[in-house]
Design a protein around this ligand. Structure first.
Ligand code: SF4
Ligand code: SF4
Length: 230
C-alpha cells in the first residue's frame, strides 16, 4: 500500500491564499486505509482551512468529496461538475492523484495536500513500515522473502555488512539487521547454502532511472478507452 501523510495545514493554506472557494478531494484507496486522506480526514482538513481563514478575516468556502480512487480516470469523471466554480482543487491522494487531476482539469490550480512516503505494510493499527522500494527487479526469491534493498540500511545484496550486533543493524539498535533476518529465514528453510551464492548486480534499468515506468496487459488494454487523465 502507498503510505502518504498530510502536509501541515499552514503549508496547505499558504498555497491557496488567493482562493475564495476550493474543492477538497479525498481518495478511497491507500490514503483511506492509512487514515490520512479519506472522507474523515478530508472533512477535518476543510474545516481546519476554513477556521484558519476565518481567523485571518478572509473566509474560505469549501466543497468536499471523495473519489473512489484518484489513480483511475473513470473515478475522476464524477468530479467534473464539482470543479467548475472553484478556484483550486486540493487533492488528498498520493502523488498520482494531483497529477491526474491536473491532467484532466488543465485550467485549474491543483494543490497536493500530501507527502507521499513509501510502499508499506501495516505492523499494527496506525503503524506502517516500508517494505518495498518498487525497484522493478525483485530479489526476494534469493533472500528468503526479506527485501535487502529496503530493509537493509545499506541496501546490500550480498550481506551482511559486518556491523550487525545481536541481530540489530549498526545504524540503529532498534532496527533488525535485514541480513540477520535473511540468514535466520534461510536456515529455517534449510537453504543456508543460498548465502554462498553471489547475487549479481540488479537490473537497475527497470527502476526509476529510465523515466516513468509502464506496465501493459495487452488483452485488457485492447478493449479499453484511450487514456483520459493527461
Ligand atoms: S527487491 Fe525490489 S521489488 Fe523486491 S521487495 Fe525489494 S524493493 Fe521491492
Ligand atoms: S547491519 Fe545488517 S541491516 Fe544494517 S547495514 Fe549492515 S547488513 Fe544492512
Amino acid at each position: 500500500m502507498i503510505i502518504a501523510e498530510q502536509k501541515p495545514v499552514a503549508e496547505i493554506a499558504g498555497y491557496i491564499e488567493s482562493c475564495n472557494k476550493v474543492l477538497l478531494v479525498g481518495c478511497g484507496g491507500c490514503v483511506t486505509v492509512c487514515l490520512t486522506g479519506g472522507e474523515k480526514e478530508t472533512e477535518i482538513l476543510a474545516s481546519a482551512l476554513r477556521i484558519k481563514r476565518r481567523q485571518e478575516g478572509k473566509p474560505l468556502e469549501t466543497v468536499t468529496c471523495v473519489a473512489t480512487r484518484q489513480c483511475e480516470p473513470e473515478y475522476i469523471d464524477a468530479l467534473d461538475s464539482a470543479v467548475r466554480d472553484v478556484d483550486a482543487i486540493i487533492s488528498l491522494a498520493c502523488g498520482i492523484g494531483p497529477q491526474y487531476l491536473a491532467g484532466r482539469y488543465k485550467d485549474k490550480y491543483v494543490v497536493s495536500a500530501m507527502n507521499t512516503r513509501f510502499a508499506g505494510g501495516a505492523k499494527r493499527h496506525g503503524f506502517w513500515e516500508e517494505y518495498c522500494g518498487l525497484c522493478g527487479d525483485c530479489v526476494l526469491n534469493l533472500t528468503g522473502g526479506i527485501c535487502p534493498v529496503i530493509r537493509c540500511a545499506k541496501s546490500i545484496l550480498n550481506g551482511p555488512c559486518g556491523g550487525s550486533q545481536n541481530g540489530k543493524c549498526e545504524i540503529n539498535r532498534d532496527v533488525d539487521c535485514a541480513w540477520q533476518l535473511i540468514h535466520d529465514r534461510l536456515k529455517i528453510l534449510g537453504r543456508l547454502d543460498t548465502l554462498k551464492e553471489i547475487v549479481p548486480p540488479k537490473d537497475w534499468s527497470r527502476s526509476r532511472d529510465g523515466g516513468p515506468r509502464k506496465m501493459v496487459i495487452e488483452d485488457v488494454m485492447s478493449g479499453s478507452n484511450p487514456e483520459k487523465a493527461n
